[in-house]
Design a binder for this molecule. Structure first.
Ligand code: FAD
Ligand code: SF4
Ligand code: SF4
Length: 482
């Protein structure tokens, strides 16, 4: 009986997998939490009250069948739980690790509102699929019957990989082009190993390669081929290039040695974790060891920089943010992790300039206070006159977010329609851009967002492309040349 194992939230406390001690985990780049030891996942899944209207699923961008796989887990039917979880997601174990669950599924769990603490959905999701990988339940990717049409996917991040997987299953020849030497997008070179260990990403990529998806790594569209060339080579093209233009801090000294961009820093660190030789790390410019580090920003990228610097052995790590804790965009869970590991947050502070001339020695900062709400609804920070202060720094990491690159120029296609922020415009129904047969998905459409939304977009665009390609095949229209 299902209910024998469910509805246990009153007598059974919420329990996340234990985190490793802060001083131990700050010495390596391994994930900070161990997996549930059996039967903890089953016990925690059994706390679910099997809601008739599951708000957890409503607020999951993938609308995962959460109550159903929780029930199967609680009953010890892990393989079925995995199959159900896999039915709506291409990377459940990755979402289980890095979704901001407190804002999505868990933040909307009714048990949370009744004061019992949400069901630990993300940790159970991770447990189910990690177990599936270990037990050999993750099936190889089986391509559908060949359709004689081919698709180019530009960008091997979660949006591109998800679309590539579904299109291959539908029988298309799929070519993925990425300017990096490894696939995965920000899963590989942005997000640090202490949130997402790299073998977890690489085994997904290997599965796609084994399923016949062709990867062209180290291939930059706009440099190694124009968009038009790809359009001629393939029947349809997907742009899933993410957003990479770093926002700058426009103050005196921002060009000084030691003032670096967040993604360059995180990429260098992730490359080291792969065992690569990284010149910028070896010469010290991207290595925080022994340095006083100031990170500027209050989002998840800033948190990742702070925690990476701690692991590299920085002398001190401070995070400067112009609003207060309650008004920061980053996850509160990540702030707590960073504080446990030794980071100091300097709230209500904004940089006025970088001291030191050629090489940075400090950050001059203004003290801020919160004024009336701005257009985003958050209270706008304003400087308090005469309250400037100086922070010692020999490495400053700028983590103020990302905008879209100028794709029409980069791709040599002025007709590609973009918004005033540079994101690619798509038709809301067909998900096609202004160019016939060219689709777009992920951050390059939404602006900087989340992995789970990129997966959702990849799933939706694959469906839309399949419809379009089928119609195209029926009418016999075939414009590509080679
Ligand atoms: P991306 O993952 O950016 O992939 C785009 C790919 O396109 C890249 O591989 C790039 O090399 C390639 N590309 C770009 N231009 C070209 C070109 N011209 N030719 C060929 N290839 C090209 N989200 C979460 O949900 N949880 C987190 O904890 C989290 N942490 C983050 C930490 C950091 C530091 C950052 C920067 C982001 C984080 N995010 C997180 C956001 C998340 O990573 C993104 O929303 C997601 O990766 C977007 O997926 P995507 O496929 O659209 O693009
Ligand atoms: Fe929650 Fe993310 Fe998993 Fe959805 S995909 S159930 S939001 S952890
Ligand atoms: Fe279970 Fe919470 Fe979802 Fe309700 S909202 S079905 S209790 S996980």
């Amino acid at each position: 009986m299902a209910n024998d194992s469910m509805l246990k939230f009153v007598g059974r406390d919420q329990a996340y997998p234990a985190k490793r001690a802060a001083e131990t985990r700050a010495e390596d780049f391994r994930e900070i939490a161990e997996r549930y030891a059996p039967p903890a996942a089953e016990d925690q899944a059994g706390r679910c009250s099997q809601c008739g209207v599951p708000y957890c699923s409503v607020h999951c961008p993938l609308h995962n069948h959460i109550p159903d796989w929780l029930r199967l887990t609680a009953e010890g039917r892990l393989r079925e739980a995995y199959e159900l979880s896999n039915a709506t997601s291409t990377m459940p174990e990755i979402c289980g690790r890095i979704c901001p669950q407190d804002r999505l599924c868990e933040g909307n769990c009714v048990i949370e509102f009744s004061g019992h603490g949400a069901v630990t959905i993300g940790s159970v999701e991770k447990f189910i699929t990690d177990t599936a990988w270990e037990e050999g339940w993750v099936e190889p990717l089986v391509p559908g019957p060949p359709r004689g049409q081919s698709v180019a996917v530009i960008g091997a991040g979660p949006a591109g990989l998800t679309a590539a997987e579904y299109l291959r299953v539908s029988g298309y020849e799929v070519h993925v082009y990425d300017r990096h030497d490894r696939a995965g997008g920000l899963l590989t070179y942005g997000i640090p190993g202490f949130k997402l260990e790299k073998p977890v990403v690489m085994r997904r990529v290997e599965r796609l390669k084994a399923g016949g998806i062709v990867f062209h790594e180290g291939f930059a569209v706009g440099q190694d081929a124009t968009l038009e060339e790809l359009r001629r080579r393939h029947d349809a093209v997907l742009i899933a290039t993410g957003v990479y233009k770093a926002r700058n801090v426009d103050v005196d000294g921002s060009g000084a040695n030691g003032v670096i961009a967040a993604l360059d820093y995180l990429t260098a660190s992730n490359r080291k974790s792969f065992g690569d030789t990284v010149e910028a790390f070896e010469n010290g410019s991207m290595n925080a060891e022994g340095k006083n580090v100031v990170v500027i920003g209050g989002g998840d990228t800033a948190m990742d920089c702070v925690r990476t610097a701690i692991r590299q052995g920085a002398k001190s790590v401070k995070c400067l943010y112009r609003r207060d804790r309650a008004n920061m965009p980053g996850s509160q869970r990540e702030v707590a992790n960073a504080e446990e590991e030794g980071a100091e947050f300097v709230w209500l502070s904004a940089p006025l300039g970088f001291e030191g001339g050629e090489t940075v020695t400090g950050v001059r900062a203004a003290k801020m206070r919160l004024g009336a709400p701005d257009a985003s609804g958050r209270r706008a920070p304003e400087a308090e006159p005469g309250a400037d202060h100086l922070l010692e720094a020999d490495m400053v990491i700028k983590a103020l977010g990302f905008d879209a690159e100028d794709l029409p120029s980069l791709f040599g296609t002025a007709e590609l329609g973009v918004s005033r922020w540079g994101t690619v415009l798509v038709d809301g129904r067909t998900l096609m851009t202004s160019l016939d047969g060219v689709f777009a998905a992920g951050d390059i459409v939404r602006g900087a967002s989340l992995v789970v939304w990129a997966i959702r977009d990849g799933r939706d665009v694959a469906k839309a492309m399949h419809q379009w390609l089928k119609a195209r095949a029926k009418t016999g229209v075939r414009e590509r040349q080679a």
